[in-house]
Design a protein around this ligand. Structure first.
Ligand SMILES: [Zn+2]
Length: 225
């Protein structure tokens, strides 16, 4: 039996299969889209929840428009699942084509979660992950991992209520076809990506301003002594 060393940088674990990675790194690749990507939990996003809430409540119309965008996305995905015709959400209708089996499965999975969550939770999730990526880019190995985590945390929304107690760990960590993850992330990004980037940039600017203020204060205090 030939033993090969895992292809993940810094990993010395070996494996006997015709695979590039050891079990641990292969699992991460399947779950999070990159062999080195670590999990991002609901707790990691918690600090941003209040900030997003206050930002969006300053302009009630934005909340309303985002909820409307969510309804439209659900409608498009429901049409894909029902008709088998793929239409890019918020895209050009003239590009309609037959949906692949993975896209149909993605549509069904999407709708199952959509029925168990609220537009607010979905919006806050996409914005929260985007703020995290903007403030701590090192959290995500690459854009693919970022997208996987959007899809994974989206699935997590349907278990983040009382239902969580009856869902086993194996269900929570079920892995899907990579194209399914990327399709779902792509739909959510088409709906909320632009707003998420704008809000994340505002958060970053505000944080940098606060840090500059701290620095000024520190220098002034130094000058006192
Ligand atoms: Zn490894």
């Amino acid at each position: 039996m030939t033993h090969l060393t895992c292809a993940a940088p810094g990993c010395t674990a070996d494996h006997a299969r015709a695979d590039r990675y050891c079990v641990a790194h292969r699992t991460r690749l399947r779950r999070y889209g990159h062999p080195l990507q670590r999990v991002v939990t609901a707790q990691d996003l918690q600090p941003f929840a209040c900030r997003i809430a206050s930002r969006l409540s300053e302009n009630g119309e934005v909340r309303f428009l985002l909820a409307d965008r969510w309804s439209k996305l659900v409608e498009v995905v429901a049409t894909i699942a029902r008709s088998g015709v793929y239409r890019v959400p918020f895209g050009d209708p003239s590009s309609d084509r037959r949906a692949t089996s993975v896209e149909l499965e993605a549509a069904r999975r999407f709708l199952t979660t959509a029925a168990r969550t609220t537009p607010e939770k979905v919006v806050d999730l996409v914005i929260g992950l985007t703020i995290l990526r903007t403030l701590k880019p090192e959290t995500f190995e690459d854009d693919r991992a970022f997208r996987f985590l959007i899809a994974r945390r989206f699935f997590g929304l349907s278990t983040s209520n009382a239902a969580r107690h009856v869902v086993s760990k194996s269900t929570t960590y079920k892995t899907f076809h990579p194209d399914l993850m990327l399709a779902i992330a792509g739909w959510l990004w088409a709906a909320f990506g632009e707003v998420a980037v704008r809000i994340a940039d505002m958060e970053k600017a505000e944080m940098e301003e606060a840090m500059a203020d701290d620095e000024r204060l520190r220098r002034s205090l130094d000058a006192l002594s």
